[in-house]
Write a protein that binds this ligand. Structure first.
Ligand code: TMP
Length: 226
């Protein structure tokens, strides 16, 4: 038996909001406090979903229809939840996921204009009801995020995952306000962080916001059960 239970935190926000860096910093902080942490991301997080990611983010796939895009995100998520997230939560770990279901609501729903009820149903199907306990929404103005994202793409030598960075400012404004309306709708789950500040200040704001909101581990807790 284990007396630990898993805890699921997602990071969300527009392009260039800094969530990937902050996820890494939080992972390091929790690990040094002795937690089992699984850091993962969407789309992707396991071999099959990573292949779907390559298709989704390839700038050459500009002809992809919004419906095909939505279904590919759902397919990648179904695989990722079953293969990575659910087992980690069952082991009692803390799962930190870079984007999850809210990204589909914000990007495919508010950004692309697809039906929000349909997205909710598809998210429920893909996750089997697995939902984050907390969501850190890293909020910053679109101009700030996009200029950071473009600088990162220019300086990286790998695959150019820039299909979304090439969307219009108006698209990204819709995504940002979609996220902010989700935060208003689910105030008990969302924590909105000002991500327009520097890396250290943002990390500090996250640490402060999480204090008292993570499950307390009992001293001498069992190692994860099989
Ligand atoms: P990222 O590495 O910047 O998080 O890139 C993932 C991209 O995928 C980002 O542009 C947002 C997009 N996305 C969606 O449009 N819908 C989704 O459900 C997810 C998870 C990501």
């Amino acid at each position: 038996m284990t007396n630990k239970s898993g805890f699921f935190i997602t990071f969300e926000g527009i392009e260039g909001c800094g969530k990937t860096t902050q996820l890494r910093l939080l992972k390091e902080r929790l690990q040094s406090a002795g937690e089992e942490v699984v850091a993962t991301r969407e789309p992707g997080g396991c071999a099959i979903a990573d292949k779907v990611r390559t298709i989704l983010l390839d700038a050459e796939n500009s002809a992809m229809t919004p419906c095909a895009e939505l279904l590919l995100y759902a397919a990648a998520r179904a695989q990722h939840v079953e293969e990575v997230i659910t087992p980690a939560l069952r082991r009692g770990g803390i799962v930190l996921c870079d984007r999850f279901t809210d990204a589909t609501v914000a990007y495919q729903g508010h950004g692309r204009g697809l039906d929000l009820d349909l997205i909710e149903r598809l998210n429920a199907l893909a996750t089997g009801g697995v939902a984050p306990h907390l969501t850190l929404l890293m909020d910053c103005p679109v101009e700030v995020g996009l200029s950071r994202a473009r600088a990162r793409i220019e300086s990286s030598a790998g695959e150019r995952e820039e299909r979304f960075e090439l969307e219009s400012m108006r698209f990204h404004e819709r995504v940002r306000s979609g996220y902010l309306s989700l935060a208003q709708r689910y105030p008990e789950r969302f924590i909105v962080i000002d991500a327009g500040q520097g890396v250290a200040e943002t990390a500090e704001a996250i640490a402060l916001a999480l204090s008292g909101r993570l499950p307390t581990r009992q001293a001498g807790a069992d190692s994860p059960s099989s």
